[in-house]
Ligand binder design. Structure first.
Ligand SMILES: *[C@@H]1O[C@H](CO)[C@@H](O)[C@H](O)[C@H]1NC(C)=O
Ligand SMILES: *[C@@H]1O[C@H](CO)[C@@H](O)[C@H](O)[C@H]1NC(C)=O
Ligand SMILES: *[C@@H]1O[C@H](CO)[C@@H](O)[C@H](O)[C@H]1NC(C)=O
Ligand SMILES: *[C@@H]1O[C@H](CO)[C@@H](O)[C@H](O)[C@H]1NC(C)=O
Ligand SMILES: *[C@@H]1O[C@H](CO)[C@@H](O)[C@H](O)[C@H]1NC(C)=O
Ligand SMILES: *[C@@H]1O[C@H](CO)[C@@H](O)[C@H](O)[C@H]1NC(C)=O
Length: 350
């Protein structure tokens, strides 16, 4: 539906090659093509420009300036274009831009002045787009006065390890999407910033949280602030013992550094005390070795005495004596014990 203007012959009424123009809705859609460039002849009436599958490797300075004039476009979608680098002032001449979608590219370089001039930008999508070399540059690029009107910043799927905002002075920021990154922990400094920016909502699902005591400030922020809409879905990745446990379901002592330290200290203390007791015991043994020897001898003697007494008693009670008695006094035994006693004696002697 290429809409060429009726009577005019001016270039900006033409539709760029390999694009589809819908003038009624102000939309220009440029699909796959040989082009590795942003079309240079974007019509003036364009409010939405969608480029896709274009293999644009670098967004150059003023890439969307049409013949040096500003465009009044409000939405620019550049997802899936293999963009690797954004040069300074790439979006110059787009003072009305509200939505910029740069998701699903392979950004290796982002200039600190990449987003310069986007004073009206409300939504910036950078999901699945930032490669590791560009993560640090991203913080600098986002740290610009130009983005002071940003409401929504999407950064899902970028292997980010921390919130890439140096300061949270984007007072209009309502949504910060950090789903599916590599965030293990969010430190106390970041947390107090988040407390201050009451209207901001941070989405953090699918991050590998390390559930030790460094997570304490974040843990209380999560439970307390209701600034994280997907708080219930955040899971621990580390340590092994807590893998899969919801961060919100941790106990307070799990994230209590004092507790952790105290525990360690008390184990060390217990160890020292046990070692001291052991040493004292050994010393007592050593110093008292004579006394102990004597004592042992005494015990042995006592035992021997006891044994002798026992032996004596045993011998008295034992059957040979009985047999003797029986033999020595057969008449009396006969008389007293009777026939049974007599019969029993020889049998017992065996
Ligand atoms: C994109 O363009 C570059 C050259 O600019 C080329 O080397 C690369 O193969 C292209 N990639 C695709 C997917 O077409
Ligand atoms: C570009 O601007 C120059 C003057 O700045 C003008 O002469 C020329 O016609 C313009 N071209 C288009 C395609 O609008
Ligand atoms: C990623 O970006 C697209 C826009 O291209 C958006 O619709 C989507 O919700 C974003 N978020 C995620 C998590 O993919
Ligand atoms: C998370 O992001 C990676 C790329 O960084 C992607 O391959 C994967 O599908 C994403 N996972 C989910 C559940 O979205
Ligand atoms: C968040 O933490 C990172 C790393 O500790 C730091 O560089 C950054 O400035 C912090 N951001 C905010 C907004 O506090
Ligand atoms: C929870 O939030 C309230 C109000 O912001 C604060 O006074 C309180 O100390 C917080 N509790 C914890 C455990 O952080």
């Amino acid at each position: 539906i290429c809409s060429f203007s009726r009577s005019h012959t001016r270039m900006d009424h033409a539709c760029p090659s390999s694009c589809i123009c819908a003038k009624d809705s102000g939309t220009v859609t440029c699909g796959d093509g040989e082009d590795t460039e942003v079309p240079g002849d974007i019509p003036e009436w364009t409010s939405t420009l969608i480029l896709k599958g274009r293999n644009i490797s670098t967004l150059q300075r003023g890439a969307f300036m049409s013949n040096g004039t500003e465009l009044q476009m409000t939405t620019l979608s550049l997802s899936y274009n293999g963009i690797e680098a954004i040069e300074p002032y790439a979006f110059l001449g787009l003072p009305r831009l509200h939505v910029l979608d740069l998701s699903h590219n392979q950004l290796e370089y982002i200039s600190a002045r990449a987003f310069h001039g986007l004073l009206e930008l409300r939504s910036l999508y950078l999901n699945h787009s930032i490669l590791p070399p560009a993560t640090e540059q991203l913080s600098n690029a986002l740290n610009t006065q130009s983005l002071r009107n940003l409401h929504r910043l999407e950064l899902a799927g970028n292997t980010l390890k921390s919130i890439p905002l140096l300061r949270l002075d984007m007072h209009n920021l309502h949504a910060l999407v950090l789903i599916n990154n590599s965030i293990e922990s969010i430190g106390g400094g970041n947390v107090s910033m988040l407390y201050q920016q009451k209207r901001i909502r941070v989405y953090l699902d699918l991050n590998p949280f390390r559930c030790n005591c460094e997570l304490e400030a974040f843990y209380y922020w999560l439970k307390n602030s209701s600034q994280c809409p997907d708080a219930g879905r955040l899971l621990c990745r580390e340590p092994e013992a807590k893998r899969g446990v919801p961060v919100e379901k941790l106990r307070e002592e799990d994230v209590d550094c004092m507790n952790e330290n105290l525990e360690a200290v008390s184990y060390v203390f217990l160890g020292i005390v046990l070692a001291l007791i052991g040493v004292v015991f050994l010393m007592v043994l050593y110093l008292n070795r004579r006394g102990i020897k004597r004592w042992l001898n005494n015990i042995r003697d006592a035992c021997r005495d006891q044994m002798e007494v026992y032996h004596y008693r045993y011998e008295q009670d034992s059957d040979p004596r009985l047999a003797n008695v029986a033999v020595e006094a057969p008449e009396t035994s006969d008389r007293v014990v009777g026939g049974h006693g007599r019969q029993r004696v020889p049998g017992s002697a065996l």
